[in-house]
Design a protein around this ligand. Structure first.
Ligand SMILES: [Zn+2]
Length: 69
């Protein structure tokens, strides 16, 4: 027998919107990426501010190699 008296939405777990994609995220211990819905959204959000701060890591500014010139 399956206990159907407890519905998934009736477990007292709050729900919020993912800051990145606005999807609904259940605020529960299993949601390790909260407040984001997934690791992808979390990395996207981190990348958003990191890109402003560190620009593109793969490119080295030419000015750094100007000592030998
Ligand atoms: Zn998301």
């Amino acid at each position: 027998m399956t206990d159907l008296s407890k519905l998934p939405n009736d477990d007292g777990i709050p729900v919020l919107n993912c800051p990145s994609c606005k999807r609904l995220v259940r605020w529960e211990p299993a949601a390790t990426h909260r407040p984001f819905c997934s690791e992808r959204c979390r990395l996207l959000d981190l990348g958003a501010w990191a890109s402003e701060r560190y620009a593109i890591p793969a490119q080295t500014p030419p000015d750094d190699f100007d000592e030998n010139h």
